[in-house]
Unconditional design. Structure first.
Length: 151
């Protein structure tokens, strides 16, 4: 339960940071820090109830407009697909994580696809995912057991 509580707090903090312009690079590039965090935290929270709670927390904090909007559904769908990919791809976890982040980033940016900003954002998201995954490996808690592969 401690791992989930820490994950929930980290998700809330990162979602609040995502709503600000603190991570805006060059006035147009804003990495999807919350997507990277959700996909990485899904590797240590194996229960779908916990994963859904993390996605719901992030979606409620990131709420784009009053009521339900297309961007809300795109974010939730991209997070779910990325988490599914990270868990079920047959490769080792770092590779699966990077592929999931790549797919999730493209899905989130599907409404305004511009090639050069998308490439920059992909590079930033992949670097952030790699760093966060390795930080989770360094902070080795006995409850966290990162799996090598499902196959």
């Amino acid at each position: 339960m401690l791992v989930f509580t820490a994950s929930l707090i980290l998700t809330a903090v990162v979602a609040f940071i995502q709503t600000t312009n603190w991570i805006l690079l060059g006035n147009i590039i804003k990495p999807d820090l919350i997507l990277v965090t959700l996909v990485t935290l899904a590797l240590i929270n194996h229960s779908w109830i916990r994963r859904t709670a993390l996605i719901t927390t992030a979606a409620l904090i990131l709420k784009f407009t009053p009521g339900l909007a297309l961007l809300d559904f795109i974010f939730v769908g991209a997070a779910l697909v990325a988490i599914l990919l990270a868990g079920f791809l047959p490769w080792r976890q770092p590779v699966s994580l990077l592929v999931a982040i790549l797919v999730g980033t493209v899905m989130i940016n599907v409404d305004h696809l511009s090639l050069l900003p998308l490439i920059y954002e992909l590079i930033l998201n992949l670097l952030l995912g790699f760093i966060l995954f390795n930080l989770l490996k360094l902070v080795h808690v006995s409850e966290i057991k990162l799996q090598k592969s499902r196959f």
